[in-house]
Design a protein. Structure first.
Lengths: 306, 629, 350
């Protein structure tokens, strides 16, 4: 069980940063708290006694989102359920609803935050690949000589490995900024032992924009999770697709090349098979989900598995 | 403990309480407010027994620090309807029989309520998705789905309110769909399970468990724990006054490890203290010195010469071997046109009842040691505990509290002895509530099994002989292993009359988590092998699987594998009923799925694709949905 | 092969009712109480299967009251008669029959007094749903009145009973014996869809036909079948408690995976009633038997869909893809078709 001496709910960012900078060793920041409570149990960390928990979800500037210059800044209090209820987020981040529907369950999605998921840096986090595909940058905030300072780090660099990130002592992750992918088709592939509330063995986020006739890939974004210590952006596959004619053969060829991106030692064969299939399914579903032209791809590639 | 002040609106009433900063919303509701309709099934957000509304959104209260809910509006199962009344969702659960053990039901009713609040017109796919965080182990969810759909339609006015009424009874109550009498207390969260009960002056118990699977206990030093403020007692096997051993067929398991530990997570000592945290902190102060022993982790290894011996009385590590012989298998196989041989394996399975083990013990005014717990076998537990405590049998009393799921997993007396000892030592009521993790490591599982199978058949489909050899992993203690092997052997070759058979089922000790009673008691492991073989035989014989079973099925007058003459037998009727109901297209099982014509009927569901609700979002923040580049 | 492949499989099963290879027994007390209500005391309570409702139905039927008028006492070794344990598919059979017999005993006491009071033969009396009457007469009273009348004559209508099921032990050498006096049979069909890109199996339909002797509460029987099927499905596809050299690696429900609402097939129950001739209620049981055929039916269906036979449970997505990857379509099929040719030849009498 998790035992803490004090629980702080700062009302401003400055107050949170000050509390965090001064917090005794072992103190923890919490937002959704959906990970820390299960962590402090038998089989994982066991009983944990810590000095302080600092809850950042009541800070006004960490709530909600804002849009600017084709980018969307998601405050650290943004929860996964928002991607299933907010029209702006759904249409501008078209891979996120599909990720969210696979993420835990409706109740945990009401609490679990995107930024918290990134900071936890689990190699099997469902939330990371779509953010990486959206060119996410995490915003890290600290106090320096009494002033609030911010820096941004691409999420792909921020996560170094399981549980390891570039966050520095005294820093709070206050937001993640992502591309608007308005007009793209999005998708999310995942497999685990069941379909709800389950850790993925592997997952894949895809964003696709075909031209207005639906014949050429104008832009493609692909990212994988669960296949190594950190999320992987399939840049090479993206390059091979961009500007090319959309054909089943091309998709299949590119998908097969993704197998080598699997770095995990465990269940490697399985993950290699699944990744290939996920890239293919991810592209096909993203095409089918693209507004306006998706209908053309509704049954694209449904039947044949080469 | 440090304190914090919390203010909430709980079920429409303002609550101002001083609590503790570590408490989860779940603890605050259950312990501070006595709102025990909200249950703790796993403590890790994985089961949904603790679902409550916080500011209108359903969340898992085991994942929410109470302090996070400060100032919030909370709605629990107790607050859905006025006392004495039920909401349409609750009434629908009552009508359809959607509650069985009832432990998941408060959370499930909350999830169903949330689903219909979020989308009053939700279709069945969306309803299923919205219930996806709540596990039910009893009902198979089917009656729950039915209830939510009825409630949805009544609320929307598509069905009259009478749709929630009980089905009419005809001229007899036998054969009538009488509504469950216990359902109103379950759907409203009023039923008290053992962990929901409190007694005045009650202590909390926590258990120190073995950190390794096989070790000699060199010494246990409890002095530092006993000296702690708030600790009432520490118990070990040294406190057992009588004959220390429980089990269903062989009493080989001490109340707490005696001299050595035989599996990871075995109870070694226990603390009873004024509160849970003190009890847990005291566990860390108990010093146990272990000398690790070589262990046995696979049943095959247990039978090897020179294998580590787990119980002195069983030098060969065999718990039980059940042989069944009938006819002459040499003759039977000689007559066979086709002989198939194969091997099948089943895994260790957890009962996963949503109610973790819990109980309270006290010594009453007549000096009767009383244990209240969700035990599936209070009769046998009383006998064993009287021996363990060296008390006359009428001085030991077992009360069976409502069982939040059992499936055989609550037939073993794995914690009631500790509770009794602590109650006797302190003369105060003592409560122990397992965590989910504790339940997983300490309770018995379904026996993992390996079956070697040899079946001889004639071209006509008649089975001429079966040789069936099962080896099961009994784990560290005997528990129900003997009975499980007996049932596996009796049922082994399935509902078929086989004139020549040789069946052996054997279960051995290992240092794995013990195996015990679990719904079917060996029957499923055995018949999984048999029914797989039957289909493989049907394929080889180019025969419809129903036909092959009819050729061999037991009938009135058949002799079973144990040579009992059957005076009734209904497999013929059951096969006909199943074949007809499923619109089965006859044919041999030769991978004909792609060509079948009986697939996808109205009596099947759609495959789950997830995202039933995607496509109809509401705008919550901005009107201008496109973010300009 | 298409991405999504479907198939069907079936499996049958049998099971024995109540304790195995031994004599089984259960006791109960019954009392017709003031107001035409009833008290039943027996040493077993609900573990979720619905036994309390079944017992109330049985007592109501036998005593002539309504199920909601029946109070069932707590299960307590110091306050109630022994009914042994809650398991072994024995509750309806053992406790149900015991309560039926105890209720008959109490009713006989009441009927004797009322027959004498009305001066009618005792076998002309009937009681149902809170009313008591003498057949072919205008004599009729409520059970409330009947209990008052009985008590006014100095008799409290109480009864007790013990029900026995006769099983015998097995011979230690050849295993012969009669382990149960009642057997049930079942058959299930599973329809599955296998995703050959991920290895995921979704069970879309189950048809479950089970003999229960007599369904006291059909909805309750369905509930037991549905629950058993889903536990069988869990074992077939996902559940797996694991240890590594004795250390548990599936610590909690994040690792020990159970079926959720998204994994549930449409379950079509077919209740078959082959009455038990050896017990007053003629009912048998359903708790455990419902689970037995599910896993093999699902494995047989997976084979039907993709030609891969899983012989080691559970059939996880990984195991399915592994099996597909290592599947050599040639070898097994050649052996298989040789066997089929011979079977065919045999049928044609060659």
């Amino acid at each position: 069980m998790l035992i803490c001496e004090s629980y702080h709910v700062p009302k401003t960012l400055e107050e949170a940063l000050r509390l965090w900078a001064e917090a005794p060793d072992g103190s923890r920041l919490v937002s959704g708290a959906t990970d820390i409570l299960p962590w402090a149990r038998e089989g994982r960390a066991g009983d944990v006694e810590i000095p302080a928990l600092i809850d950042v979800t009541k800070i006004p500037e960490l709530k909600g989102y804002s849009c600017d210059k084709g980018r969307i800044r998601l405050g650290a209090a943004t929860v996964y359920q928002d991607f299933l209820t907010d029209r702006t987020l759904m249409t501008n981040l078209p891979c996120m609803p599909y990720c969210a529907i696979w993420f835990a369950d409706d109740q945990i999605r009401e609490q679990a935050t995107v930024v918290g998921n990134l900071v936890n840096a689990s190699p099997v986090a469902d939330g990371t690949p779509p953010v990486v595909a959206l060119n996410g940058e995490i915003e890290l905030t600290r106090l320096e000589d009494g002033a609030v300072r911010r820096r941004s780090v691409p999420v792909a660099d921020f996560i170094e490995g399981p549980g390891r990130t570039l966050i520095q002592p005294g820093e709070i992750a206050t937001a993640v900024t992502v591309d608007s992918a308005y007009g793209y088709g999005g998708s999310f592939q995942k497999v685990g032992q069941r379909r709800s509330l389950v850790i993925s063995v592997a997952c894949c986020a895809a964003l696709v924009r075909a031209d207005s006739t639906g014949t050429v890939f104008e832009d493609v974004r692909l990212a994988l999770g669960g296949v190594g210590p950190r999320p992987i952006r399939l840049r090479d596959a993206e390059r091979r697709l961009k500007g090319e004619r959309i054909t089943q053969e091309l998709i299949q060829r590119v998908a097969e090349s993704a197998a080598d991106s699997v770095g995990s030692r465990s269940r490697k064969e399985y993950r290699r098979d699944v990744v290939v299939n996920f890239v293919r399914a991810g592209l096909e579903e993203a095409l089918a989900n693209q507004p306006e032209i998706g209908a053309k791809f509704k049954n694209f590639g449904e039947t044949e598995n080469a | 403990m440090p304190k914090i002040d919390l203010t909430m609106d709980v079920n429409g009433r303002k609550v101002v309480k001083q609590s503790e900063p570590h408490k989860r919303l779940l603890d605050f509701l259950r312990e501070d407010l006595n709102l025990t309709g909200t249950k703790e099934g796993c403590g890790a957000g994985e089961c949904g027994t603790c679902s409550v509304f916080v500011d209108g959104k359903l969340v898992k209260s085991c994942l929410m620090p109470a302090a996070k809910a400060d100032g919030a509006k909370i709605e629990t199962i107790e607050g859905l309807a006025r006392p004495g009344s039920l909401t349409p969702v609750q009434q629908a659960f009552h009508k359809t029989g959607a509650s069985q053990c009832g432990y998941c039901i408060p959370g499930m009713v909350m999830a169903a309520t949330s689903a219909l609040r979020e989308n009053p017109d939700a279709g069945i796919e969306e309803i299923k998705e919205r219930l996806g965080g709540n596990i039910c182990r009893c009902t198979g969810y089917t009656k729950i789905f039915e209830a939510v759909e009825i409630a949805r339609d009544v609320i929307a006015g598509r069905l009259p309110e009478t749709a929630l009424d009980e089905d009419a009874t005809g001229e007899s109550f036998i054969g009538a769909n009488v509504r469950r009498l216990d359902a109103p207390s379950k759907v409203s969260g009023r039923l008290k399970y053992a962990a929901d009960m409190k007694m005045v002056d009650m202590l909390q118990m926590q258990v120190l468990r073995a950190p390794m699977p096989h070790a000699r206990i060199v010494s246990i030093d409890t002095s530092e724990a006993e000296a702690m403020e708030g600790v009432a007692c520490v118990i070990t096997s040294a406190d057992v006054p009588g004959t220390d051993g429980f089990g269903v067929f062989v009493h080989d398991q001490p109340v707490m490890a005696r001299g050595k530990v035989r599996h990871f997570g075995e109870a070694v000592a226990a603390v009873a203290a004024e509160d849970l945290i003190t009890a847990r902190r005291a566990l860390a102060k108990i010093k146990v010195e272990y000398e690790e022993l070589p262990g046995v982790y696979a049943p095959e290894d247990a039978l090897v010469d020179g294998a580590p011996v787990i119980h002195d009385y069983a030098q060969d590590n065999v718990i039980k071997h059940i042989p069944i012989r009938k006819g002459d298998i040499a003759k039977g196989f000689a007559e066979a046109d086709l002989i198939l041989e194969d091997e099948f394996r089943t895994q260790q399975v957890e009962h996963a009842y949503l109610e973790p083990e819990a109980g309270i013990a006290y010594v009453d005014h007549d000096d009767v040691v009383t244990v209240l717990s969700p035990s599936q076998n209070i009769t046998h537990h009383r006998h064993m505990l009287a021996e363990i405590l060296a008390l006359p049998i009428n001085k030991v009393r077992f009360i069976m509290s409502p069982v939040g799921g059992g499936f055989g997993g609550k037939e073993d007396m794995i914690y009631q002895g500790m509770l009794a000892l602590a109650a006797m030592k302190t003369h105060r009521p003592v409560q122990l509530n397992f965590t989910r993790e504790e339940s997983l490591v300490a309770s018995a599982k379904r026996h993992p099994s390996r079956v070697r199978y040899k079946m001889g058949l004639k071209w006509s489909g008649e089975i001429t002989a079966i040789e069936f050899d099962m080896l099961s992993d009994g784990g560290a203690y005997g528990m129900s292993s003997e009975g499980v092997m007996r049932k596996a052997a009796i049922l082994s070759c399935g509902p078929y009359e086989v004139h020549n058979l040789k069946v052996d089922t054997k279960v051995v000790y290992t240092n794995n988590t013990p195996s015990g009673a679990f719904r079917t008691f060996g029957g499923m492991q055995a018949q999984f092998a048999t029914e797989s073989m039957m289909d493989m035989a049907a394929e080889a014989l180019d025969m419809d699987p129903f036909e092959l079973r009819r050729i061999n099925m037991m009938r009135i007058g058949s002799r079973t594998h144990t040579q009992q003459e059957l005076t009734t037998a209904s497999l013929d009727r059951v096969l006909d009923a199943a074949e007809e109901a499923s619109r089965w297209e006859a044919g041999a099982p030769k991978v004909r799925g792609p060509r079948r014509n009986d697939l996808g009927g109205p009596d099947t569901r759609k495959p789950c694709t997830l995202g039933a609700r995607i496509g109809e979002p509401t705008d919550t923040q901005t009107k201008d949905e496109r973010v300009a580049s | 092969m298409n991405r999504k492949m479907r198939g069907r499989g079936m499996a049958s099963s049998w099971y024995g009712i109540a304790r195995t290879a031994t004599i089984d027994r259960a006791g109960a007390w019954a009392e017709l109480d003031d107001g035409g209500t009833a008290k039943i005391v027996t040493g077993v309570t609900e573990i979720g299967e619905g036994i309390l409702t079944v017992l109330a139905q049985v007592a109501a039927e036998e005593l002539g009251v309504r199920p909601e008028d029946v109070t069932i006492g707590d299960n307590d070794t110091s306050r109630s008669p022994e009914a042994a344990h809650a398991g072994a598919t024995r509750q309806t059979y053992m406790i149900g029959n015991s309560v039926a017999l105890a209720s008959r005993d109490a009713r006989a006491k009441l009927f004797a007094e009322i027959a004498d009071h009305w001066d009618v033969p005792v076998d002309s009396l009937r009681a149902f749903n809170g009313e008591l009457w003498a057949q072919d007469t205008n004599l009729r009273m409520s059970m409330d009145e009947a209990v008052k009348t009985c008590k006014g004559r100095g008799v409290v209508p109480v009864g007790s009973a013990s029900f026995t099921a006769h099983g015998t032990g097995l011979d230690p050498v050849d295993g012969s014996g009669s382990p149960w006096q009642a057997y049930v049979f079942g058959t299930q069909i599973a329809e599955v869809e296998v995703d050959t890109w991920t290895g995921e199996v979704q069970v879309l339909g189950i048809w479950a036909a089970h003999d229960v002797g007599r369904a006291i509460n059909p909805r309750g029987v369905e509930g037991q079948i549905e629950g058993g099927v889903v536990q069988g499905l869990g074992q077939a596809l996902m559940e797996d408690y694991q240890t590594e050299k004795g250390y548990t690696t599936t610590h909690g429900f994040a690792k020990y995976i159970l079926p959720t609402s998204l994994d549930i097939p449409q379950i079509n129950c077919v209740i078959v009633e082959d009455p038990d001739p050896l017990s007053p209620l003629q009912a048998k049981g359903i708790g455990e038997p419902a689970l037995v055929p599910t896993a093999p039916a699902i494995m047989n269906a997976i084979y039907d869909a993709i030609g891969v036979r899983i012989k080691s449970l559970p059939a996880t997505p990984e195991k399915i893809l592994d099996a597909l990857r290592n599947h050599v379509p040639g070898r097994e099929q050649i052996a298989q078709s040789a066997r089929q040719d011979r079977a065919e030849a045999h049928r044609r009498g060659l």
